[in-house]
Design a protein around this ligand. Structure first.
Ligand SMILES: [Zn+2]
Ligand SMILES: [Zn+2]
Length: 148
């Protein structure tokens, strides 16, 4: 919880430095993403009680999420065929992505953290960061399969 408060403070400071207004709505949406560990979609953020109470429109939620991504306050997790998801955790971690329901769970693995990044200079590309997506079926989907 303390870390989440710190992250909101950090974002506020960054807004001040870069001249972006730190609005009530931006704070609310950032807090919502930090509070949801489910890697929420835009719709999940819209449906959260705080955002609903705040009467923030879907378009504003979407625009704000993208702004938060650009400022580095949150990250975006995308995989083909599913809606983009937002992640309040910006430290190095990996994801278990379910191919059936699209759920995204955090996964910590030292052996993944220490993967050596290949030389991409021939492609004229500079690597800044990497994430591993392990794709498969989540426990809920596996359970439902067994029932059929
Ligand atoms: Zn699943
Ligand atoms: Zn994550």
């Amino acid at each position: 919880v303390r870390q989440k408060k710190f992250r909101v403070e950090e974002f506020r400071r960054r807004c001040r430095e870069t001249g972006i207004p730190f609005t009530r709505q931006r704070r609310l949406i950032l807090q919502t993403v930090l509070g949801l560990e489910s890697h929420p979609t835009t719709d999940d953020v819209c449906d959260s009680p705080g955002v609903r109470r705040g009467g923030v429109s879907r378009a504003t939620v979407y625009r704000t999420l993208e702004k938060l991504v650009r400022s580095g306050a949150i990250i975006k997790v995308s995989h083909e065929g599913n809606a983009a998801r937002y992640d309040g955790r910006t430290d190095l971690h990996h994801h278990l992505v379910c191919l059936q329901c699209g759920s995204v769970e955090d996964f910590a693995g030292e052996e993944l953290d220490s993967v050596s990044v290949p030389d991409t200079s021939a492609a004229g590309f500079v690597v800044k960061d990497f994430r591993v997506q392990l794709r498969g079926l989540c426990s809920r989907c596996l359970k439902n399969r067994k029932k059929d």
